[in-house]
Design a protein around this ligand. Sequence first.
Ligand code: NAD
Ligand code: MG
Length: 297
Amino acid sequence: MSDLYKLQDPTKQYPRPKFKKQTQAVPGLDKKMTPKADHGETSYRGSGRLPNRKALVTGGDSGIGRAAAIAFAREGADVAINYLPSEEADAREVIALIEAEGRKAFALPGDLKDEKFCVKLVKEAHKKLGGLDILACVAGRQHAVDKIADMTTKMFEETYRVNVFALFWMCKAALPLMPAGGSIITTASIQATHPSPSLLDYAPTKAAILAFTRALARQVAEDGIRVNCVAPGPVWTPLQTSGGQPGKKIPDFGSETPMKRPGQPVEMSPLYVLLASQESSYVTGEVYGATGGLEVS
Ligand code: NAD
Ligand code: MG
């Protein structure tokens, strides 16, 4: 794993294409990625930026959510993570990593496509953590389909449910429970502004997340709650190797960026930490990209 704090050439800091051809079943497990992704397990160093915060992270088992959960704990937060029951093996590793920091960790599996579950998840996280200061919505569904003729209404609807509806349901449930100073962080994508032809459902959900973030931020600013968005470029996670990209694109994943490589989940963590912490007290309704040089505008 790379030393995150050493001055070095970022284009060479992490693995570059070509990657081994690989596929796995949805939702995909971090355990099955080659090469392994870096979520900061041995590299991210905390410096007390989130003392005693209470955070809920969706998609906290793997990929970008796992990196955010680890960083939050290293910065001093107690963390509850949500994921699908089939991802228990990945989730257990994250729970152990959070507990290794001496922080409280709660595993709250369940399906975000269901409104009742989303509301229950937020209430349960609030109860178990003893408060809710940070809501990081990282979970997402992405499944590439080349032709519109092959995309069913069910697929289209499920992507909207996980990526957009769940965000609405969770924010609605969380806001009455969050104190002034609370932070909501959403996760969009370069796809919001530069959609791939095979992501006809996913890309517009990410554009919706951008607009939702900006609208909600302006609605709740006077309550002292900030709402911001992280917009990653291509990042090496199981979302991509479980059908997020057409299988043939995996060997060259990330080569289209000016840095010629995909990002690693840990390279997203500093953005989630900054947006969660009081250091970004004047930042709301913003979109922070981490794309290896692609432009999110
Ligand atoms: P990931 O597969 O590691 O994480 C996605 C998570 O979403 C899964 O771990 C799963 O727990 C959760 N999820 C999916 N469907 C769910 C459901 N029905 N109920 C509950 N949880 C569900 O992949 P990732 O790339 O880290 O994805 C995290 C976020 O980053 C997503 O919102 C994704 O759209 C976004 N993103 C990823 C990339 C990338 O290249 N990897 C680029 C831009 C944006
Ligand atoms: Mg996962």
